[in-house]
Design a protein around this ligand. Sequence first.
Ligand code: HEC
Ligand SMILES: [Cu+2]
Length: 336
Amino acid sequence: MSGIQLLPERASEFAQRVDVLFLFLATVTVFFTLLIAVLVIFFALRYRKGSNASRAGAKDTDLRLEIGWSLIPLSLGLFTFVWASRLYGEVYGPAPENALEIFVIGKQWMWHIQHPSGIRENNQLHIPAGRPVKLTMISQDVIHSFYIPAFRIKRDVLPGKYSTVWFTPTKPGKYHLFCAEYCGTQHSRMVGTVYVLEPAEYERWLASGGEMRVGETASGTGTVAGVATASLVQAGEKLYNQLRCNACHGLKDDQRGPTHYGLFGKKVKLRDGTTVVADEAYIRESILRPTAKVVDGYEPIMPSYEGLLSEERLLQLVAYIKSLQKTEKQVAEVKP
Ligand code: HEC
Ligand SMILES: [Cu+2]
């Protein structure tokens, strides 16, 4: 019976650490379950009605015992809490700066992936080994959950709200991707494959525009097309101009609208006196519901794009606005 696998493969930096925590919890649970069960059975047999075991010297209280059974579980509980919440905070907290950013859209019933290079994939995810990967995810309909057992990560993918998760794949190979939240009749078929490639092979895959079959070398396929699709940022720029966002948003703040240069990550002052950090969620909300958070000093004249843009297009716009860094040249250009 060598086919039974107790735990999924470990293929990310988190996997080992999650497993150690899990095994610790399992060990503690089994230990106390057995200890209590054995004592219950032992005492029930020994002091059962009619047994002639001596009951002399029975005590009502024993301070040492009471302190012991309070403090030991308390410290075990707190120890586990600190350990687990630190690990949790790392997995679901901010990704490292150098992380490769990939976007995921969940829809009934498939996973749609967008790479910054413009490559798109359905129910497949190609990533390089040894580099942190950050996923920014959103659902187009109901709640889904993005689950890669071999990486020990699972994160709900919600409609209307970006959620993120990051991990560092360590081992090249092929891994399962599941939807782990019941999302309708075809939920069980909302599955995919994660391909973790050696960095050099990943570069070849990128260069092939995602056409390369994993396992083939670039030269072996014979038909390596260039990257045909525009990058996410380029697609966003095109859309931005098509939708005439640039009619109101220019190189600098003016009366028509605030500039988007240098917006990402900035603290934005709002009309109601509060401030908000311009992250992906804020930009998305500003496009769909401009009146929800109105920038200080402006009238809420921006039209709402609610219902007009797919999540895919919103991601492109967000990626484009994110890419608008304030360079010295632009700052110099806008000087009057
Ligand atoms: C009619 C002019 C107009 C158009 C067209 C317009 N906007 Fe705006 N936009 C504004 C104004 C004015 C504000 C500031 C007031 C507010 O927050 O509603 C704003 C705010 C924003 C913000 C928040 C900016 C900040 O500095 O915090 C974002 C993001 C944004 N717009 C994106 C877009 C995108 C993307 C488009 C095109 C799809 C677009 N806008 C089209 C006028 C416009
Ligand atoms: Cu699903």
